[in-house]
Design a protein around this ligand. Structure first.
Ligand SMILES: Cc1cc2nc3c(=O)[nH]c(=O)nc-3n(C[C@H](O)[C@H](O)[C@H](O)COP(=O)(O)O)c2cc1C
Length: 221
């Protein structure tokens, strides 16, 4: 297993349902990357708490990082459970949290070189703004930087059914160079618990990131 990845990745979390997808991916990336910058929208913060925790962490960055990495979270395997699959590797990822209004942060600039960005879950609001080039928060600006610099941008929409405008925005973003990976779990890997269904999406994202991950195994005939 290789964990060499010199340039940081960015993980953007926007305000759609399915925050479990983000937390599950984050916990895998801690074992797979050297450097990760996390950007969380204000609505994502509210929805995480609404769906999962009912806490009030305010804007305490250390508290949020501890919550996302270590807390028991319905639908997501714990850090310990995930870590057991990466035996022999140390968790060495440097994790930096940026709030969405902190535009004077490194990820807002194209000169801050990254491997790319994942937005999971990606709300239709965020996708619509990005498709139109509206970049008035850090998550949108960092996504736009990936498009303009030809870096990897993996967008994970979570909505159903999809309106015409949503479909058109997704097509526009695909044409602009983004990868569209809808949060559409499969069942061919015979999931036993919700955690397995969630982790299927983490594995698909890690595949696009070209990481040698230990999320749920690929289908074998
Ligand atoms: C409980 C709740 C669940 C939501 N789920 C979704 C969703 O699954 N997909 C979506 O596109 N928008 C969803 N929304 C709407 C977005 O949160 C809203 O459009 C918001 O402006 C997105 O802002 P952001 O993209 O900056 O995070 C939800 C809103 C709430 C309150």
């Amino acid at each position: 297993l290789s964990t060499v990845n010199q340039k940081p990745w960015i993980l953007g979390i926007s305000g759609a349902s399915g925050q479990q997808y983000a937390v599950s991916l984050l916990r895998h990336l801690l074992f797979l990357l050297d450097d990760l910058v996390l950007v969380i929208s204000e609505d994502a913060k509210k929805i995480i708490m609404d769906e999962c925790a009912h806490k009030d962490l305010g804007s305490d960055k250390d508290g949020w990082i501890h919550f996302l990495v270590n807390d028991s979270y319905p639908g997501v395997y714990s850090l310990t459970q995930i870590g057991e699959r990466y035996r022999g590797q140390t968790k060495k990822c440097r994790l930096t949290l940026v709030w969405n209004h902190e535009m004077f942060s490194s990820v807002a600039s194209g000169s801050f070189r990254t491997s790319g960005m994942v937005v999971v879950p990606a709300s239709l609001a965020t996708l619509g703004k990005l498709a139109q080039g509206i970049t008035d928060n850090v998550l949108l600006r960092a996504s736009e930087v990936c498009l303009k610099e030809n870096r990897s941008l993996i967008l994970v929409p979570r909505e159903t059914p999809l309106s015409l405008s949503a479909l058109e925005n997704l097509l526009q973003l695909k044409k602009a160079g983004a990868q569209i990976l809808p949060a559409m779990p499969a069942f061919y890997h015979r999931p036993q618990v919700v955690e397995d269904i969630v982790e299927f999406i983490s594995g698909k994202i890690c595949n696009l990131m070209d990481l040698n991950h230990r999320a749920l195994a690929a289908w074998e005939p």
